[in-house]
Design a protein around this ligand. Structure first.
Ligand SMILES: N#Cc1ccccc1-c1cc(NCCCN2CCCCC2)c2ccccc2n1
Length: 194
């Protein structure tokens, strides 16, 4: 089934907040039976962590809450490749990932920076704080045919906590706070859009 809606979660490095938001939203959409309607991904405003897996504190937080998270956790050297260069550097298609996760097969996510194509193809780009928002609006102003609605994920919070703070220099409790905010906001965003 073609996905009819799309959301890209964005933060500074795409290793802490936005992979958590992506994982939480994907689980909520799966539990609601609408995951196939959505294209879901996450990205960074910066190049700080490109190619790196999600932060281990975020992974531990997701495990505590039973939320499957795409992460690079590989001992194996099994790899896959393409006959074309059409999707060079792209993440695996999220519908395939959702299917793998449903069967308990973890797959990997590595940090990537938001691209011009993201602004032209995503319905929503939801970010975490005012710096992300200003960086995204600056990038969007240089993109032709920007389609995405660029908003703070926190603008959906029933508890009105507008900013989801960067936990990079923080504690496990700070990651818990990020998780709780993402859970509330993603639920409200999903219910408003499906
Ligand atoms: N910057 C900032 C900042 C300010 C306040 C609170 C957190 C952060 C902070 C710092 C990070 N990496 C350390 C600095 C990286 N280098 C900065 C100079 C260019 C070369 C790279 C993060 C990495 C991943 C995700 C979130 C991060 N967030």
């Amino acid at each position: 089934m073609a996905t009819s809606k799309s959301v890209l979660f964005v933060c500074l490095g795409n290793i802490c907040r936005s992979p958590i938001a992506e994982a939480v939203f994907r689980k909520q959409a799966t539990d609601k039976g609408v995951a196939n309607d959505w294209r879901i991904d996450s990205a960074a405003t910066s190049t700080y962590e490109i190619g790196n897996p999600p932060d281990h504190r975020g992974l531990a937080c997701m495990k505590r809450h039973g939320v499957p998270m795409r992460h690079v956790a590989r001992q194996w050297c099994i790899d896959s490749g393409a006959t074309s260069n059409w999707n060079e550097g792209s993440s695996p298609d999220t519908r395939g990932i959702a299917c793998l996760l449903k069967h308990g097969i973890e797959t990997d996510h590595s940090a990537r920076q938001v691209t011009q194509d993201d602004f032209q193809t995503y319905d929503y780009i939801l970010c975490m704080d005012e710096n992300n928002l200003s960086d995204l609006n600056k990038k969007a102003s240089r993109v032709k045919d920007c389609k995405a609605k660029i908003e703070l994920l926190g603008s959906y919070d029933p508890q009105k906590q507008l900013i989801i703070r960067d936990p990079y220099y923080g504690s496990d409790q700070d990651f818990e706070t990020v998780y709780e905010q993402c859970a509330r906001c993603c639920r409200a965003f999903l219910d408003a859009n499906s």
